[in-house]
Design a protein around this ligand. Structure first.
Ligand code: HEM
Length: 428
């Protein structure tokens, strides 16, 4: 792990690029991908007997979107024009390997020269390779061509850091900058969209309240960030989904610094240099902070209670936010949080404005017990049927979390039209 000082130096040139005010300049990239996604879902999955495998399609959407935000590239996974299977084959296994390398570096040292490791590292290597290709092709286009874009993508801005911060940004650092969004912006977003569909399918009253809020907000379609960021119930749903999903479980690690003592609650001192991880699973389900129903999915916990004073609510919210490790904390906290929130709020608001979504879950596996344990269940807005209530479900976990087996049935809401949505966006 690099020192905090080196880390801060490398992060400084790109901090402004990831600020919300800059991210909203690329909203149009996100809108284009949302439109494509909704149209494709409408074409392929609305109709009797059709079921949408949520995670793979959310992953197509997320990857197309991050490619567009990063390099204006129309990758084509949602439209089926890119090699969908090849793209994600073995990715989760590669992630598990990476998790092992992060959490048990000594094991990685032992294994790193074996043929198996070479194969796995090749899979992980597809992101750096793609980033290198993007940089090369952008440079080949020449300065004048990139400047004629009517909008800047991340890559243009990242390339500029090399000129603005020559002391810090060499080819290697630039390559790291370009690889990160490709690596970080796919599975995280896909898992979150899948979890929203899952939790809302399990809690029809939450879905109904969200849809009421969406319907009464007079949103443009796809909605703008300035519109969706002000929607309290949508915000509560997203907070609660991310809290219960605990995506960044193994990500937030820090080395104990030499200049500060790190003492555990029982008085033991952790030696300098020791890698310490704060797990979201421990903090985000802490009953002292989130209440005795911490294991339940309940977006209302993020809203003011009917008998609560504004002061008490502000204090409760402060404690909940502090314990919520979704985006990590401190100087290594998620840099892509603004991109992720903007993309997620917009796509969830669009999906639940346009579609009735009912969920059937087949083999959704999870290692922790929430209140939602089962395999093979069908959920509709009208009823919940557990095919086998005795079985538990588990999430596949590596560095991130991959939810498998969530399938949804889609139908357009009465009065909703996807063509109307396209027209609105084209006039923006
Ligand atoms: C739901 C979506 C996402 C979640 C939950 C998430 C979560 C996290 C977490 C927990 C960390 C580690 C923070 C720490 O150590 O304290 C992290 C780091 C990071 N994430 Fe995200 N992330 C998401 C999406 C994204 C996206 C879309 C991007 C980029 C486009 C991104 C870029 C980064 C970067 C660059 C870091 C490293 C920051 C540093 O080391 O200073 N993330 N993320």
């Amino acid at each position: 792990m690099e020192s905090p000082q080196d880390h801060a130096t490398i992060k400084r040139p790109i901090a402004a690029i990831y600020s919300m005010s800059n991210v909203t300049k690329s909203e149009r990239f996100i809108d284009e991908c949302i439109l494509q996604f909704v149209h494709q879902l409408d074409q392929e999955f609305t109709g009797p007997g059709k079921a949408l495998p949520v995670y793979p399609w959310a992953h197509f959407f997320a990857y197309d979107t991050i490619m567009k935000i990063t390099a204006s590239v129309d990758f084509g996974l949602v439209r089926g024009e890119a090699d969908r299977e090849g793209m994600f084959r073995g990715m989760h296994e590669a992630q598990k390997f990476r998790a092992m390398a992060v959490c048990m570096p000594w094991m990685f040292e032992l294994l790193k020269r074996t043929p198996l490791t070479t194969v796995v590292l090749k899979r992980i290597g597809s992101f750096p390779r793609r980033a290198r290709e993007l940089i090369q092709s952008r440079r080949a286009m020449g300065e004048t061509v990139t400047k004629t874009y009517d909008r800047e993508d991340l890559l243009d801005q990242l390339l500029e850091t090399k000129e603005k911060f020559p002391q810090t940004v060499d080819e290697l650092v630039l390559h790291g900058y370009a690889t990160t969004p490709l690596f970080a912006g796919g599975e995280t977003i896909a898992a979150t969209i899948t979890a929203v569909v899952y939790f809302l399918g399990k809690h029809p009253s939450v879905a109904a309240t969200l849809q009421d809020e969406l319907a009464s907000s007079g949103l443009q379609m796809p909605p703008l960030w300035v519109e969706v960021q002000k929607m309290p119930y949508l915000d509560a749903v997203m907070h609660e989904t991310l809290r219960c999903l605990s995506l960044g479980a193994a990500l937030s690690r820090r080395a104990v610094p030499a200049d500060r003592a790190f003492i555990l609650p029982d008085g033991r001192r952790v030696p300098t240099g020791t890698t310490v991880a704060m797990l979201g699973w421990a903090t985000q389900f802490n009953q002292d902070i989130y209440g005795t129903d911490a294991q339940e999915f309940r977006p209302e916990r993020w809203l003011i209670g009917s008998t609560e004073t504004p002061e008490a609510y502000a204090e409760r919210l402060r404690r909940m936010n502090k314990a919520d490790m979704t985006w990590g904390a401190g100087d290594r906290a998620c840099l892509g949080k603004n991109i992720a929130r903007c993309e997620l709020y917009k796509v969830v608001a669009t999906l639940y404005s346009k579609f009735e979504v009912s969920v059937s879950l087949s083999v959704f596996a999870r290692t922790r017990n929430l209140d939602l344990n089962c395999i093979g269940l069908t959920v509709t807005f009208a009823q919940i049927q557990l095919v086998d209530p005795t079985k538990e479900w588990t999430l596949r976990e590596a560095l991130g979390v991959k939810p498998d087996g969530v399938e949804a049935r889609l139908s357009l809401r009465s009065g909703a039209s996807v063509d109307q949505l396209r027209t609105l966006s084209e006039t923006r």
